[in-house]
Design a protein around this ligand. Structure first.
Ligand code: FE2
Ligand code: FE2
Length: 170
């Protein structure tokens, strides 16, 4: 059993303290919401499906835009300083996945939730988005937490939230 002080210290280091959530907490929360939203869109029909799909697109686009503006540039800073070629690959792969997601979103919008093939395409997109989120959670976020100081991670979290108050407040 770990001592409460040790757990508290780790929380301070990682930003998991009430009122001090850092950018990783914010993004993890949004990944969770996106996972749940995919399930809701796939289970919905008619007008509900149209509205839930529109919400999913808006949230995903706001999420990826904030990552590209606030988060990935910091990852690029870290990898530029690193001797490790694997770190470079993380940044490149994540950006490639986001470009592919943009194309898949455009394709899904063109197909439309009323089409008989929509769910199949949405399920493929769900797999890609979940793999992308897992990639960030396993590779990018640990790099941020280990190389960027807590105060900066918290300021980045606030910037992400400010940049997307509309998309993620509903
Ligand atoms: Fe992303
Ligand atoms: Fe993400």
């Amino acid at each position: 059993m770990r001592k409460p002080e040790a757990i508290a210290l780790e929380r301070v280091r990682t930003g998991y303290v009430h009122g001090m959530s850092d950018v990783v907490d914010v993004l993890l929360g949004q990944h969770e919401e996106a996972r749940a939203l995919f399930v809701r869109v796939l289970g919905a029909t008619g007008q509900d499906k149209i509205e839930l799909f529109a919400m999913l697109v808006e949230k995903l686009q706001a999420h990826e835009r904030a990552e590209q503006e606030v988060v990935h540039p910091v990852l690029a800073e870290i990898t530029a300083e690193s001797e490790d070629r694997l770190d470079d690959r993380v940044a490149e792969d994540i950006l490639d996945e986001e470009r592919a997601a943009d194309q898949q979103i455009a394709q899904l919008i063109a197909i439309g939730p009323g089409d008989s093939t929509f769910d199949r395409h949405l399920a493929d997109f769900q797999i890609a988005v979940l793999a992308h989120a897992a990639h960030e959670e396993e590779q990018e976020f640990p790099l941020l937490r280990s190389r960027v100081e807590v105060g900066r991670l918290q300021a980045m979290g606030a910037r992400v939230l400010r940049s997307q108050t509309e998309a993620w407040s509903s």
